[in-house]
Structure formats: structure tokens, C-alpha cells
Ligand binder design. Sequence first.
Ligand code: ZN
Length: 393
Amino acid sequence: MINIVRLSLNRTWKKLTLKQAMVLFILSFVFINEYVVYVIQEWRWAKVRPLRHSEDEVRLLLVGDPQIQGYNGEPPTIIGSITRWDSDRYLRSTFRQASNYVKPDAVLFLGDLIDEGSQAQDEHYSEYVDRFKEIFKSPTNVENIYVSGDNDVGGEGGDFKTKVKVQRYEKYFGNSVAVQKVKFLDFIKADYDFITSWNDTADKAKHLVKLLSGRFRIILNHHGILERFKRELYPRSEWRKGMKYKYKDKWISQPIVKMFSPNFIFSAHLHLPTIHICTDCTELDKEKYQWEGNTLTDVPDQIKFDLNSPNLVEIIQPTCSYRMGVPEMAYGVAVIDKNGALEYTLLWLPSRYIQLYLYLALTICVIVVVLFKLCISKIWPNSRKQTFYGRTP
Ligand SMILES: [Zn+2]
């Protein structure tokens, strides 16, 4: 039987013309690039604890800096439509894959949802929101928690954060300062940014304290919290020595810890996976504090934390978009037990740029073959039709 199939395939292969062989090759190439690569990538993801459908466990999917592309930053021609379409498609398919893999109770969107959100006109903004919600669609039983970032409401460089921008954001994504509860966890959105003083943030957020009733409290913020004011306190060259740094100084983040007593912090904005661990942050009367930051690219499959520990940990979630200028993209997964055990891992995504470069190489090859064939037919117009395998009889 196998021999018959082999023989039949052999005959079909020999009968293929060059044109048919090329079409077959291109289709196989697209299939591998658009499907097989993602299946293989999923095989390489770290195992996430099996679903228990339990009130004693919360499963979280973390989405950092998706920044769906807008109209002004992309070329105005059809090229812009193609680049937006490809970026949306990548986010949509990888999010669905990650969501099916994790089966989360809640999805945490850690800010910078829309690349041009802060500067968009109203009609464009509502289009961006529609696109965003269509890309990151979850089942109705999954809680979506949105945090605002500087690309959504301003707040970095000359792009100022204004009341109007915040109100427009809140119309579509809910309050930017709020507590959202998922089972035994309180998620605190304090909206602590680069430019607002702590006093202003505290004024806006102080009413949240009364709403806290969960067993553990997790701060969600777009900008990093434990590194607050590091840029102002230290010259850039000093704090960017590799990605490992250690400093002692006044703990300016202390008030936010004092106010909410968080057990953990998730933030984003850097686009790179980073962890900050502060070993003495809970000693509130200390003038000095010590914390350490490391990248998370070379960690084991799962990192385990204990929410009851006196150490305060902040994880900075990397971007999931290939358009953010970093070579590695990922979604994050955190599974938290009622006893405070937290397991975190990253679901790394395939490099879309490598795939796009392969398409470019394929297009060049096809053009070369077609031109070569045209030249041959001009030079030898009476040459016989050729199969991929050899000349026809
Ligand atoms: Zn940002």
C-alpha cells in the first residue's frame, strides 16, 4: 500500500510543471509561516498549571503595550493599511492562542493600548477602540482590567495628560483610578505616572483604600513604581549600566506602599521583561531602601513568589507587539493561589520580522525565476515545455 502511494506521488511530482511546483512551494511556505510556526512555538511554552475551576485560584493573562497602530504613524498609502492589518492580525491570533492556552479568569491590559490614542481625533479614537476590542476579544466570563498609559492619555515628553483625554479614555475603558476584584484579589489601579506628583495621585486614589477587602492586593500601573524618580536622581549613564543595577536612596515610592500595602506590582511601559525586587520596602520608617532590577529573558520556565513575603516584587511585562522595536515579545501568565503562592511565566511569541523577511526573500526568488524563464523563452522560443522534474517526452 505504502509503495503504491509512493509510486503515485512520484508520478504526480514528475508531471508537475515548473509553474505548478512554484505555486505548491509558495502555498507550503505560507502554511508553515502562518500556522506551523505558531503551533511549534506553543509546544515550547512553559506548562501552565492545569485548570481547576476553583475559587481558590486566579489565573491571569498579562498584556503589555499592545499599542495597536494608528493612521498618522503609518504610511498614508495602501502600505499603511497593510502594515496595520498585519500588526492587528498578529496581535489577534497570538492573543487568542495565549488565551486558549491559559484560560484566564482575568486579562490585565497594562496600558498603552492604542499607539496614537492620546493624540487621536475623536472619530479616529472610536475606530481604534473598536479595533482594539475586536482584536482582544475574550469570553464573557473573563474579566478585562484596563490600565491607562501615556499613549492612551498623554503623560510623556511634550504629550501632556489632560482631563479631556482621561475622560475620553474612561468612556471606553472604565475608570483609570479604581479597584477591581477578582475572587480573593483586589487589583488597584492608582494611575501613578511620570509627571503627576505623588500628592496628586494620592488625592485621586485615597478613596480606594476603603474599597479594599480582598485577601491580597496587587497594584497595576503602566509606569514602573519601584524605580520612581530614579531618572531624576541619577544620570542616565549610571542607571542604565547593562540591565542590572542596585541603588540605595530615599524611597520615594514609599507613600504608595504605605497607602495600599500591596503584595505585588505589575507594570509595563519599558517593553522589556524586567523584575524589581525590594527587600526592605515594607519597613516604612526607613530613610534608605535597596532594590535590584534584572531582565527576565533567561529565567526558568516558572518563577515562584510568595505574596506573604515581606519583599515587594514588581514585574514589568514586556510588549506583545512586534512593532515596538524590541526583538522579543510575550504575553505573561500568573497563577495565584489563595494561600499566596504566585507562579509567573512568559509565553514568548514568534518574531514576525523574520517571517516578513522570509516573505521578502521568497518574493525576490519568484521574481528571479519568472524573469529567468522569460529570458529563456525569448532566447529559445521553440524550447519544449519543461516539467519541474525534467523535460516532457
Ligand atoms: Zn508607555
